[in-house]
Design a protein. Structure first.
Length: 376
């Protein structure tokens, strides 16, 4: 949607194929912490007005462990950079509004999408909708269809290397119409597992706890969630927590995945189609946006008759930033979670990592630099 909107601003036509219905897409609860670069991109795409009004600017984050809440002054450590809390669902909403206003073509409920001739000069996509088969001829295909989408599967295995890593735990997330326990996002490390305090706005809290991979949402009543969540926070914070009924509850697995490379012929992968990061550090959406930064620039260059060099460099450029961001997401995950199979020695090293980070300006600055987002 973002790519389509940016291309439109440069008079380049596109068609968006979406497998789900619009109401499904706009009902999904997704991430919510935006890097400065993401915010800048949304402004450049002309969809930044509501974000400016309603987004919550955060200058720092909290790190809690050993019953103490520490602050990392992200703003001070990065020469004034910040992150903005604004739900991904709201961004999607704003993008639909912008595309609709400009007469953009978004085909929803498109089934059986298949890509053809991606390594030729005349690629096309087919799909079925309401029982009829359709064909779209195009110049390029941007595969922005997520990890399970058809795009990556259209690249022959012999030219694709896939790197996978999985963790033995996931995040149980709860959304509740309660005031957030803190103005800042708080990452809590506890011997019973990680916990995260986040928010969407002043009366909507988003909280998570680490749970084993094979755990089920049905095992967690609201009461059980709140009790475990409070247990993992410093007492001073737990005492302030306002609880209420959950309006959404789900478990997300933690894993990492990178496809190398992101280009085959006229097909370019972006976002989760090409890479997945564990959620710690909130990089998934931001990485998708930085991919679109590189891909849109290369397409605009191509249509401005500057040739295909930019498109040829897309994969390498995007992957350089992707791997650095995967590194950061894994670092945050290792730093803050309980690893059931870690030895006592490894657990002490993890504590030393936390203690080191919170007493070293250099380590905190390095963390903050990645947290606000590496430059494009
Ligand atoms: C949120 C998600 C994250 O992965 C994170 O690191 C911080 C906040 C959220 O959903 O608000």
């Amino acid at each position: 949607m973002l790519l389509s909107q940016i291309l439109h601003l440069h008079d380049i036509d596109s068609i968006v194929l979406e497998r789900k219905s619009r109401s499904y897409v706009l009902g999904r609860i997704r991430a919510g912490v935006l890097e400065q670069g993401t915010v800048d991109m949304l402004h450049r795409a002309g969809v930044g007005d509501r974000l400016s009004r309603e987004g919550m600017v955060h200058q720092g984050i909290g790190i809690a462990f050993d019953n103490v809440l520490h602050n990392i002054d992200v703003h001070g450590l990065t020469n004034g950079k910040v992150v903005t809390v604004y739900g991904q669902t709201e961004i999607t909403h704003d993008l639909y509004a912008a595309r609709d206003a400009a007469g953009g073509v978004i085909i929803d409920s498109a089934d059986d999408v298949a890509l053809h001739g991606v390594d030729s000069d005349a690629p096309y996509a087919t799909y079925t909708r309401e029982g009829k088969t359709h064909r779209i001829d195009c110049t390029f295909i941007a595969g922005c269809d997520g990890f399970h989408g058809v795009s990556r599967k259209s690249i022959p295995q012999r030219v694709l290397t896939e790197y996978h890593l999985s963790y033995p735990f996931g995040w149980l997330g709860v959304l509740s119409e309660t005031p957030p326990v803190s103005d800042e996002v708080i990452y809590a490390s506890h011997p019973r597992g990680f916990a995260l305090c986040s928010m969407r706005h002043s009366m909507l809290s988003r909280y998570y706890i680490q749970v084993p991979s094979d755990d089920l949402v049905d095992n967690w009543s609201d009461e059980a969630f709140w009790a475990e969540f409070k247990h993992r926070l410093p007492q001073s914070l737990a005492a302030k927590l306002v609880t209420g009924p959950s309006i959404e509850k789900s478990i997300a697995p933690l894993r990492a995945f990178v496809a190398d490379n992101l280009n085959y012929g006229r097909l370019f992968l972006a976002g989760d189609a090409g890479h997945i990061v564990p959620p710690t550090g909130a990089k998934g959406l931001n990485l998708a946006v930085s991919d679109i930064h590189y891909l849109s620039a290369a397409l605009i260059e191509y249509y401005g008759s500057a040739g295909e060099d930019g498109l040829k460099q897309y994969s390498a450029k995007a992957l350089d930033r992707i791997w650095k961001t995967v590194r950061f997401s894994l670092f945050c995950t290792r730093l803050l979670h309980d690893f059931p199979d870690h030895s006592a020695f490894e657990k002490r090293i993890q504590q030393a990592d936390l203690n080191y980070m919170l007493c070293s300006q250099a380590a905190m600055a390095s963390f903050a630099e990645s947290y606000v987002g590496l430059p494009y």
